[in-house]
Design a protein around this ligand. Sequence first.
Ligand code: SMG
Ligand code: MG
Length: 373
Amino acid sequence: MRIDRIDLTLVRLPLVRVFKTSSSQKSHIDHILIRAEADGLVGWGECASPSDPYYCPETIETCWHILRDFLLPDAIGRKWGTIEELVGFSAKVKGNNFAKAGLEMACWDLLGKAQGRSIGAMLGGSAVSIASGVSLGIEESLPALLRLVDQYIGEGYKRIKLKIAPGWDIDVVRAVRERHPDLPLQVDANSAYTLDDSDHLRRLDEFGLLLIEQPLAHDDIIDHARLQAILTTPVCLDESIHSADDARKAIDIAACRIINIKVSRVGGLLEAKRVHDVCLARGIPVWCGGMHEFGIGRAANLAVSSLPGFTLPGDISGSDKYYRDDLVEPPLLATNGSIPVPCGPGLGVTPIEDRIVRNALRTLTLTEDGVCR
Ligand code: SMG
Ligand code: MG
């Protein structure tokens, strides 16, 4: 294939409800959509980076810069036949995984359309639908959170994840657990604690949680290994895992018993599959994390979740949990807590281009002749 034109669009969608974590608060989401033309086909990708550098070092502006100035010029006009070849063009770019993942996703979509196969099938996935969980942010009050928990359980979601932070942890988890003794429940700290909080975190062990996600620093696995050794609750790593190699090392030192795979955090679907393969071979369960993806990124998450190692419900809820009007047809919605994996060619969803244009903050077109604004 040969890409001869790429359009970047920065799109803003309002969230139906403010989402607050230990490190950030959002009322809308800005993601970059990538529309790539090759061999008469069109492929779409999504850069799901946060706007602020509080979850990871990247922001949506660093993604725009890295795409415009490095990744896209390296890809446009060059022949490639496989995703391995395509990612090889930008292998010299260190880090910047969210930026890389967006372009790579558009290329999977192109390749899938050229071959008439879904991305799930190309990755080797076989599940036709996935068990869906929800991630609930830090709320104004405990009653407000309990109402949300009840609402999503009522809608059929298969597990609940609670964001925790110092001051919003033990009592909150206890209240949810007392109300729902059998609920599959897990927590995510987004790096809000240190090893000094070990005794405090051990108090979570009594609640039968599926896991505690990223309690310690984003760039650490050593202290996580120390913490895992004294917790009965499995530690799950999110922010610390950027590659299959990171996963191997974390498993080797017992820094976690579960891994959250995010397509964007690891730089794309190819590396996500590699992380999955390492975990499957080592008996480490995985689940698909989320970055409030619009429909394009959400479809990619569903595709990777069809792999056999994804044995825990993921954070892929129906897009209506976040957005009134998502950007793709058909809409990706949960029924009784499960979402079908798209089976059409490529991502298997069709972007609604006029809705994208209506919600665009900025666009940029690159061709082989250079940038056209
Ligand atoms: O897509 O449903 C979603 C969001 C899930 O909680 C979620 N993601 O740390 O796992 C995580 C967070 C990161 C996004 S908020 C910075
Ligand atoms: Mg997380």
